[in-house]
Ligand binder design. Structure first.
Ligand code: NAD
Ligand code: IPM
Ligand code: MN
Length: 355
């Protein structure tokens, strides 16, 4: 296989600690990748006020097969304008419309819920990634006065809604759970009882797309009820599709089921285009630079990227090594181990190198 070209943007905070571990693991597993580091992030912004260099996204799309990202967010940049321009810029301007966030429990000890086993938590959230309230449309009127008005528009296009719902159904029709059984149900999560214009569009499109997949069960939940169900009993979830903001919120909640944000991986996809892969967590400033952040979310993200690029056996080796690390408690403290970020990453690196 020819080498795949990966742009690596570690970013800020713990991104700078976990991404090098993911890079080492990819090297050790023998993945056919050529990695090019990018310095986009808070340090670069503070030095030269550049968030994304001119033509930056076009260069990523032209010169790379995939992008591996850490996290953005730094207290020295109170507006976090760089995070918005780099991360949301990549998602939106590169049109990476499907934010795919798998939720898998690797070991019962990692789940805060009583009596929940790994087989009970194996679902995937498809989050619309280019629209909703993230477009920052709207404005402020009479700013700083008692009469101030702030409007944040929620943008939902038929094209945008249809493509993410279709993607979720196609995934459901073609993918298996970790235990080898078929996926069989797509649940749409919205707030159509209150947000009737946007919710109405999502409801209509969901029914239209579902009609083309008669073998797939459909289900609907309002986002508030879904949150309650997720912490009460996550066993029924299979494929969930939702809008940008609800997807953001429910995937942090879902990360809690897996052992916390340190375990959660994600992909930002547009079939046929250069896609971007990042752990779900942020830059976690309070724990940054202390060698305590869990690198497994980033390492599992690298595995998702390799699988996307066709390197399925390398991806499976990495997942198996992380699984084994969890089983043997060769982990950071957030999930019960005693290792540092580097040591946990090195354990997985050695494991994939020797198998
Ligand atoms: P966060 O994900 O950084 O942290 C939330 C909590 O989870 C914290 O207690 C943190 O210590 C813990 N945590 C996160 N990752 C962990 C890991 N790998 N190992 C162990 N513990 C981990 O979210 P936040 O605190 O809301 O945001 C911090 C900054 O990150 C903000 O600037 C925010 O905007 C940004 N952020 C960026 C991204 C991204 O770039 N993709 C995602 C989320 C938040
Ligand atoms: C995420 C993050 C981002 C989001 C922030 C940093 C803008 O929370 O990737 O989940 O809201 O999408
Ligand atoms: Mn988030």
């Amino acid at each position: 296989m020819s080498q795949k070209r990966i742009a690596v943007i570690a970013g800020d905070g713990i991104g700078k600690e976990v991404i090098p571990q993911a890079v080492n693991v990819m090297g050790a597993v023998g993945a056919a990748v050529e990695m090019t580091p990018f310095d986009w992030g808070a340090d670069r912004y503070l030095a030269d006020k550049v968030t994304v260099p001119p033509d930056g996204f076009a260069a990523l799309a032209r010169d790379f097969d995939a992008i591996l990202v850490g996290a953005f967010g730094d207290p020295r940049v109170p507006s976090n304008i760089h995070a918005k321009e780099i991360l949301l810029g990549m998602r939106c301007q590169m049109d990476l419309y499907a934010n795919v966030r798998p939720v898998r429990l690797m070991d019962a000890s990692l789940c805060p819920l009583k009596g929940i086993e790994p087989k009970d938590v194996d679902f995937v959230v498809f989050r619309e990634n280019t629209e909703g309230v993230y477009g920052d449309l709207g404005g402020v009127f009479k700013k700083g006065t008692p009469d101030e008005v702030a409007i944040q528009e929620d943008v939902n296009t038929r094209k945008g809604v249809e493509r993410i719902i279709s993607y979720a159904f196609e995934y459901c029709a073609s993918s298996k759970k970790v235990d080898g059984s078929s996926r069989r149900r797509v649940l749409m999560c919205d707030k159509s009882n209150a947000m009737t214009h946007a919710g109405g569009l999502w409801q209509r499109v969901f029914k239209e797309v579902a009609a083309a997949f008669p073998q797939i069960e459909t289900q609907h939940m309002y986002v508030d009820a879904l949150c309650m169900q997720m912490v009460r009993d996550p066993r029924g979830f299979d494929v969930i599709v939702t809008n940008n903001m609800f997807g953001d919120i429910i995937t942090d909640l879902a990360a809690g089921l897996q052992g916390g944000l340190g375990m959660a991986a994600s992909a930002n996809l547009h079939p046929g285009k250069t896609s971007m892969f990042e752990p779900v967590h942020g830059s976690a400033p309070p724990i940054a630079g202390k060698n305590i952040a869990n690198p497994f979310g980033a390492i599992l993200t690298a595995a998702m990227m390799l699988a996307h690029l066709g390197m399925t056996s390398e991806a499976q080796k990495i997942e198996a090594a992380v699984f084994e690390a969890v089983r043997q408690k060769k982990t950071t403290a957030d999930i019960g181990g005693t290792l540092g970020t580097r040591e946990a990453g090195e354990w997985v690196t050695e494991k994939v190198a020797n198998h």
